[in-house]
Design a protein around this ligand. Structure first.
Ligand code: TYD
Ligand code: MG
Length: 456
């Protein structure tokens, strides 16, 4: 005879990623972190049986107008959101510590508070009101209409928000606030989820957009929860190299717009300034006639950006030569050096290879392969590529050049900045000829491309 087991009332949840299991585990099968499970009460279903539910509505009877948006008047920021923040939307903004999240959001807050007398609530769990004031002073923000609240109890904060009725709410950061509805410590997965849900409810309820700052893990994901990304409407990442002043604001999720837009900023002494002409900025310091430098028209989302790829080869003192990248994908460098060795006969076995993207940018598009390869050849032969040449193309393992997307956009950007020639994959021209004023140098293989670039 078998006895029916009582269903368990608790579950074990991974504090790193939110994975749930009925039994304790030493290692999370989902995110592979050790000793990250803790027990909590199982959530009861939120759906009440028998209660009245809103009746289904025929799609054709739903109103179809665009959502109203709050535009900030900071073009690079508005662009990433798709023209401003939609009323009642919840956005999460992640990024390394010190990258400028608080600075950017304080600027955004001041624009809303300053422009049309709208009030903004800046909930700071991370810094004291004095610290916020000091930053505001540095940004030249007087702060009329901008209310700072240093409260970590989210329920209390939302009660304040209710009476203030702001036009914008900022929570810096979601990891520092806690909700009375969950028993765990601030920053735990259960708390993060509860707080985000509470904010979602508040935001949707009163139609006010909210921005949440989220910490990132050492791998660069927003800390703890992928699950936060599922709850919120918009996920933005602010990225850049610590020691470079350029910052990219990228959207990885946007329920109200495309995720193809990036915003480019420069961290200045007075906060983040939008960069109107990023391509110009990224190639501004290029030394003309230097070996090992090639410009590539990359695409960040749908935005063409010219960036300079540099490479340096030097005889190695090590038994195995070193390969180092900065701003490029390490595996792409390995692929490109292997193809150069095997398919183009370049003797790189005794050479260290260092490759980097200038300006603190990270470029992971395979379309950068050709520029990287040519920069390595250029450094190895100590011969510069012609200064008016850009190169774009993905390299395959047999040394073939593979086509890239949106060639016309890239060419237009290169032309705009005064380049006159473009080396590109033959395959990119088979379907349609791009309209451009640039001279096109199509190549089928890496060997051909090298010949075209160096004349031998
Ligand atoms: P911050 O916004 O505090 O970063 P986060 O909130 O992402 O951790 O930015 C801190 C850095 O920015 C700090 O190193 C100082 C620098 N900074 C400027 O260069 N200019 C400025 O106007 C401000 C306010 C900060
Ligand atoms: Mg901060």
């Amino acid at each position: 005879m078998t006895t029916a087991r009582k269903p368990s009332r608790t579950v074990f949840a991974c504090q790193e990623c939110g994975y749930e299991t009925p039994k304790w585990l030493g290692r999370c099968p989902d995110c592979a972190s050790w000793n990250s499970f803790s027990e909590r009460a199982k959530e009861q279903g939120t759906r009440t049986m028998g209660g009245p539910a809103a009746p289904p509505v025929e799609l054709s009877h739903l109103p179809g107008e665009e959502e109203p948006r709050l535009a900030f008047g900071l073009p690079e920021f508005d662009r990433v959101l798709g023209g401003g923040a939609v009323a009642g939307s919840l956005a999460l903004i992640g990024g390394d510590p010190g990258i400028g999240k608080s600075t950017l959001l304080l600027q955004v807050a001041s624009l809303v508070a300053g422009a049309n007398g709208g009030r903004v609530l800046y909930l700071s769990g991370e810094e004291s009101a004095r610290q916020v004031k000091l930053r505001a002073a540095r940004l030249g923000v007087k702060g009329d209409g901008l209310f700072v609240l240093t409260e970590t109890n989210l329920d209390a904060a939302l009660r304040e928000a209710e009476s203030l009725s702001p036009a914008l709410l900022i929570v810096d950061s979601i990891q520092t606030v806690y909700s009375e509805g969950a028993a765990q410590a601030p920053g735990s997965v259960a708390q993060l989820r509860q707080c985000t849900m509470d904010l979602m409810r508040w935001s949707k309820g009163c139609g006010v957009p909210a921005f949440l700052v989220g910490h990132v893990t050492k791998d660069g994901d927003i800390a703890g929860p992928r699950l936060l990304e599922h709850i919120v409407d918009v996920v933005l990442y602010l990225e850049g190299e610590r020691f470079s002043s350029y910052r990219l604001l990228r959207s990885v999720k946007n329920r109200f717009g495309s995720i193809d837009e990036v915003g480019v900023f420069e961290m200045t002494g007075e906060g983040m300034a939008g960069v109107d002409n990023p391509s110009e900025a990224f190639i501004a310091e290029r030394a003309s006639g230097a070996a090992g430098s090639v410009v590539v028209p990359t695409l960040e989302g749908s935005r063409p950006l010219l960036v300079e790829v540099q490479a340096l080869t030097s005889p190695t003192a090590m038994p195995t030569p070193r390969r180092t990248v900065n701003g490029l994908d390490f595996n792409r460098l390995l692929l490109v050096t292997a193809v150069l060795t095997r398919r183009a006969g370049l003797a790189l076995a005794g050479q260290d290879v260092i490759a980097s993207v200038v300006g603190g940018l990270r470029v992971h598009e395979p379309a950068t392969d050709l520029a990287l390869a040519l920069a390595i050849v250029s450094s190895h032969r100590d011969r510069p590529v012609p200064p008016d040449l850009v190169a774009v193309g993905e390299i395959g393992l047999s040394g073939e050049l593979r086509s890239v997307a949106q060639v016309e956009r890239r060419l237009a950007e290169a032309e705009r900045l005064g380049f006159r020639r473009c080396l590109l994959p033959q395959a990119s021209l088979t379907r349609s000829k791009p309209k451009t004023g640039l001279e096109m140098l199509p190549a089928a293989t890496l060997r051909d491309a090298i010949r075209l670039a160096f004349g031998s």
